[in-house]
Design a protein around this ligand. Sequence first.
Ligand code: SF4
Ligand code: SF4
Length: 186
Amino acid sequence: MKKQYAFLVDSELCIGCFTCAMACRNYYHPPEGVIWRQVYPLDEEIYPHRERAFYSLACNHCENPTCLNVCPVEAYTKREEDGVVVHHQEKCIGCGNCIRSCPYGAPKYNPVEKRAEKCSFCHERLDAGLKPACIQSCPTGALSMVDLAELEPGNQVQYPAGFPKMEDVNPSTRFILPKLPRLVRR
Ligand code: SF4
Ligand code: SF4
């Protein structure tokens, strides 16, 4: 398997502080309402406990990205060196095909630029030897990056409950499920 960078979302460690989402905004300054990374509390049907659990989600830098496949002007590329899916906004004509086709809702419409945009895995930071801003900022280590080509099998899952199972697209994000609360007997 070729190198494929991926976000590893550890819901055991995530405290839902939104620092990752804020770090992303601080780094890229998208207009209000244009959100590249979001922290989602899990629904009660998925995590039926009094405690809350969270998934921090952005673009999944998929193996076979629909965004790239439907773009009429080749505004998307997938980097050979690490599998990161890059949107080249200067080429984008704002047709919205990628926004409508992504099963994970990752690309967003920027009404100021009148073009799409999404998480870039901070590839400029990667090239400078730095971590993505979201990962750098997480105070608990709940968000990290892995190379799927080197990831040892373990307790990571690709499709936790509520996350669309799209095997053709093959999203790269991996999850560690939230821990179950300790039962206290009275
Ligand atoms: S999550 Fe959506 S926008 Fe990101 S690479 Fe996959 S198909 Fe493209
Ligand atoms: S910064 Fe870390 S702990 Fe805070 S919401 Fe994001 S992933 Fe969770």
